[in-house]
Design a protein around this ligand. Sequence first.
Ligand SMILES: Cc1cc2nc3c(=O)[nH]c(=O)nc-3n(C[C@H](O)[C@H](O)[C@H](O)COP(=O)(O)O)c2cc1C
Length: 120
Amino acid sequence: MNNLGSILLEHVPFKNSQLQSRIAMAPMTRMFSPEGIPGEDVASYYAKRATNGVGLIITEGTAINHPAAVMSENIPRFHGDDALQGWKQVVSEVHRAGGKIIPQLWHVGAARKAGSLPNP
Ligand SMILES: Cc1cc2nc3c(=O)[nH]c(=O)nc-3n(C[C@H](O)[C@H](O)[C@H](O)COP(=O)(O)O)c2cc1C
């Protein structure tokens, strides 16, 4: 492997912890969380990235607790016991695979389709 490759794959300090590599995954919307609840496939999607060497995963945009936060019920929420229980599973599988993960919090507001609820 060339120098750049080996530098990317080095462990690196991160706050009071450590990342398994310098590779970070950008947030990418998926819309595979029916009723806003991230399920087993979401956990396995992120865990696979950690297994394959991503040091830090930034999740897809997740909805804060506001009715205009997102434009689809398939976007995972970051509030409510049901959704947070799902995220707990995601975090635990990512950690087991050696990765770290942080949520991207979303309130897309006026970026939603014109005419959509709650204030069309
Ligand atoms: C399918 C897809 C979904 C994305 N969803 C998000 C998202 O949820 N939040 C976000 O900030 N950026 C999102 N992005 C942008 C990416 O995070 C990233 O910034 C971009 O792909 C980096 O490449 P670029 O700067 O060349 O566009 C998305 C990109 C793609 C391709």
